[in-house]
Design a binder for this molecule. Structure first.
Ligand code: FE2
Length: 429
C-alpha cells in the first residue's frame, strides 16, 4: 500500500510509462505497472517526472536587490562590483532574509529544491552570513540550502577577510570558498588556494572556489586547486566554479590540465547566463564566449554542473530561478546540440549538481526522498526546448507547488483551437 502513486511517468534516464509508489515521504517502488492502489493517485500521462532541479552556484545574499541603490547602467562586471560595494553598507539582516525567502518561493515554484549559495564574508558584521544561516533553517522543510563562505574581496587582499571567513565557518557555514584570481598577484592567489584548502581539510568541509573567472589565458588557479586536492586528500570534495579563463587557455596546456583535474576529483561549475554576458567584454571582434570548455571537461570524465549564479542583482538584472533556462543557455553556448550532449545539459542542472552538493537520497529510485517534479514535456530535451512548465512539485511526498499547463487558444480559420508545442512523434519532417 502506498500513500501516493504517480502513474504513467517518463523518467530522465529514458524509461517510459512507469509508476512511482511513495510511502512516508520516500519512493518505495518504481515499476512499469504497480498493481497496488493508493489514497492519492496522480496521472503523469506520459510526461517527464524528474528529481528536482539543483543549482550548484548561486548568490542568495544579493538576489532580488536589482535597482538598489541604483541599476547597473553599463551591465558590466566592474560596475556590478562597484554597485555591490555601494549596497553592502545599506544591507539589513531583515531585508536579506526577506529577499532570500522570496527567491526560495520562486525556486520551489520552478522545481528547484536544492541550492548552493555563496555568502560574502568580507563584512566584519557577518550580517549576510547570519541572515542566510537563518534562511537555511527556515526553508529546510522544503529546500536544501548549502552555504559557502565566500571572501568576495579576496581572502588575503581584504583586511580581516580570512578571520571573518573562519568565523563564518565556526557559525555553521557548510563549504569553504575563495576567489584566487582576485588576489593581488598570481602568487597570492596560489597561496590563498593552499590556505583555504588546508582550512577545509582540517574542518572536514567541501571546497568551492570562484576560480579563474577572467579571460586571462594565463590564469592558473585551477591547477593549484587540483594539486592541493590531491595533496590534502580532498578528492571528490573540491569544485572549481566558473573556470572561464579555460576558454582562452592554450590547447596544449588544457590537454595537461584536464587529466590533472580528473585525477584530483575536482568538479567544474559553469554559469552560462553570467559567463556569456560578463566575459569577453574587453574584446572587440571576434568576441570570446568566456564559458569554460564544457564538452571537453565532460569527455575527460570531470563532472560539470550549470549554475544560475545571479538573479536580479548588481551583476545581472534578469533570471527567475528557472534552471531549464540555465541549461538552455549552456547548451547553446557550448554548442551541445548532439543527442547525448543535450541530455548531459539536463543532468548538469539535476543529478550532477546533486552529487557535487553531496545530497542524500536524491533521485528516482526506491529509498530516495520523494522530491519530484512533473514537467509539461515528455523527455529532458523537450523540457529544455520548452523551458517546460512545472505542473507539480513534490517535496518528501507532499505537493508544494502547482502551475497550470502552458496553453494558448487560437482563433484561426481551419486550424485547431489549441496550439500544441509538443513534438509530434511519428511525423516525418
Ligand atoms: Fe558566483
Amino acid at each position: 500500500m502506498f500513500d501516493t502513486i504517480l502513474r504513467h511517468c517518463n523518467l530522465p534516464d529514458g524509461r517510459t510509462d512507469v509508476d512511482i509508489g511513495i510511502s512516508a515521504g520516500r519512493i518505495t517502488a518504481v515499476e512499469p505497472r504497480l498493481a497496488a492502489t493508493a489514497g492519492d493517485e496522480i496521472d503523469a500521462a506520459g510526461q517527464l517526472v524528474s528529481p528536482p532541479f539543483v543549482d550548484a552556484h548561486f548568490h542568495m545574499d544579493s538576489t532580488l536587490s536589482y535597482g538598489l541603490p541604483r541599476v547597473n547602467q553599463s551591465g558590466t562586471l566592474l560596475e556590478g562590483i562597484a554597485l555591490w560595494g555601494e549596497l553592502k553598507p545599506l544591507l539589513t539582516q531583515d531585508a536579506i532574509v526577506e529577499r532570500a525567502l522570496a527567491y526560495c518561493d520562486w525556486a520551489v515554484a520552478k522545481g528547484l529544491l536544492a541550492i548552493r549559495s555563496h555568502v560574502d564574508v568580507c563584512d566584519p558584521r557577518l550580517l549576510a552570513t547570519e541572515a542566510l544561516l537563518h534562511v537555511r533553517d527556515r526553508v529546510k522543510p522544503y529546500l536544501d540550502l548549502q552555504l559557502v563562505a565566500f571572501p568576495q574581496d579576496g581572502a588575503l587582499r581584504a583586511p580581516g577577510a580570512l578571520d571573518n571567513l573562519r568565523r563564518a565557518l565556526d557559525m555553521g557555514v557548510d563549504v569553504v570558498g575563495g576567489i584566487p584570481h582576485f588576489e593581488r598577484t598570481m602568487t597570492d592567489g596560489a597561496a590563498s588556494v593552499k590556505l583555504l584548502c588546508e582550512e577545509a581539510a582540517q574542518r572536514g568541509l567541501r571546497v568551492d572556489m570562484h576560480c579563474d573567472e577572467s579571460d586571462d589565458p594565463m590564469s592558473r588557479h585551477i591547477e593549484t586547486l587540483a594539486s592541493e586536492s590531491v595533496r590534502l586528500g580532498l578528492q571528490g570534495w573540491v569544485t572549481g566554479s566558473h573556470l572561464t579563463s579555460m576558454h582562452s587557455m592554450d590547447n596544449y596546456y588544457v590537454s595537461k590540465l584536464l587529466p590533472l583535474m580528473r585525477e584530483a576529483g575536482v568538479a567544474a561549475i559553469a554559469n552560462p547566463l553570467i559567463n556569456i554576458t560578463l566575459q569577453g567584454r574587453h574584446d572587440t571582434y571576434p568576441k570570446r564566449r568566456g564559458m569554460t570548455r564544457v564538452p571537453e571537461l565532460l569527455a575527460a570524465g570531470i563532472p560539470v554542473a550549470f549554475g544560475h549564479d545571479c538573479v536580479m542583482d548588481p551583476w545581472y538584472g534578469l533570471g527567475s530561478g528557472d534552471m531549464l533556462e540555465v541549461a538552455h543557455m549552456g547548451l547553446h553556448v557550448a554548442q551541445m546540440t548532439g543527442q547525448d550532449a543535450m541530455r548531459a545539459c539536463f543532468r548538469a542542472v539535476t543529478e550532477t549538481p546533486a552529487a557535487i552538493l553531496g545530497l542524500d537520497g536524491y533521485g528516482v529510485a526506491p529509498g530516495c526522498r520523494a522530491d519530484l517534479v512533473l514537467l509539461q514535456a515528455r523527455d529532458p530535451v523537450e523540457a529544455i526546448r520548452l523551458r517546460a512548465t512545472r505542473l507539480l512539485v513534490m517535496r518528501a511526498g507532499k505537493v508544494v507547488a502547482r502551475t497550470a499547463p502552458a496553453t494558448a487558444t487560437l482563433s484561426l480559420p481551419g486550424r485547431p483551437a489549441e496550439v500544441d508545442f509538443g513534438l509530434h512523434r511519428g511525423q516525418v519532417f
